[in-house]
Write a new protein. Structure first.
Length: 246
């Protein structure tokens, strides 16, 4: 199955219909087993907006932090902290968002022989935001080939826009095409086609797709993740304010 305009519109319309429906869905409390959490050790605390990928025998975890905090683990249990990908917010992003103090919600993926790290720069309560991209041929910290190249801006949102360019997620369809989904509050979850060679927005397919939104205030929907399984694509989002008061 290929993600087409027809499929994307179906996803968007279904999500919008669910958000505006008067039927209330049941709410279930999260269930935990405790055994894995009890077994975890090392630098696994204070991880927000995590993105994990494996290269070889090592898992790499990127999360919100000053310059995108990096941790590694051989087994997803014992974690080691390695500092940040960047020394701080990139200069190009600070020029646009001077009040930004750290980088948010990274997303890591591998295609075209490179690891692609998409990231967000913004300030709380504003939709004047930026999504950037950095790449490296390997995540192995001991490899001489390990080096991040920042490619700068992927997409920007301004206060005049009805969407917010943060929380990026890279999805790949069954034909190998790449798509970038993003969004937080405002007009909800959006998506654009990505140029597989550059990792930046496609200049051939410039259509902006709306995947999901919440019409009523505070319009809390964000952090999209798209996965495929058994000929279906699934859109996961953060609903309401998961971290309020914490």
């Amino acid at each position: 199955m290929t993600i087409s305009r027809r499929h994307l519109l179906k996803i968007g319309l279904a999500a919008a219909a669910s958000a505006s429906s008067s039927v209330r869905l049941p709410v279930f409390a999260a269930q935990t087993t405790d055994d894995i959490n009890d077994a975890m050790s090392g630098a696994y605390q204070a991880v927000h907006d995590p993105a994990i990928i494996r290269e070889g025998d090592i898992y790499y975890l990127f999360c919100t932090g000053t310059g995108i905090t990096l941790r590694t683990s051989p087994d997803l249990i014992e974690w080691t902290l390695h500092g940040d990908v960047f020394p701080g917010v990139p200069e190009w992003a600070l020029a646009d968002i001077p009040a930004a103090t750290n980088i948010w919600a990274p997303d890591i993926s591998y295609f075209n022989d490179l690891y692609h790290l998409y990231y967000s720069v913004s300030t709380f309560g504003s939709n004047r935001s930026r999504i950037g991209l950095a790449t490296t041929p390997t995540l192995d910290l001991d490899s001489p080939d390990h080096a991040w190249t920042d490619h700068g801006l992927v997409i920007a949102s301004e206060r005049s826009d009805d969407w917010n360019a943060i929380d990026p997620n890279l999805a790949t369809d069954s034909d190998g095409n790449h798509w970038l989904a993003w969004g937080s509050f405002w007009g909800g979850i959006k998506m654009r086609r990505i140029d597989s060679q550059t990792g930046l927005l496609s200049t051939e397919d410039t259509e902006l797709f709306s995947l999901a939104s919440r019409p009523e205030a505070p319009r809390a929907i964000e952090a999209p993740v798209i996965i495929s399984r058994d000929d279906y694509y699934y859109l996961f989002v953060s609903f309401d304010r998961c971290c309020a008061g914490t």
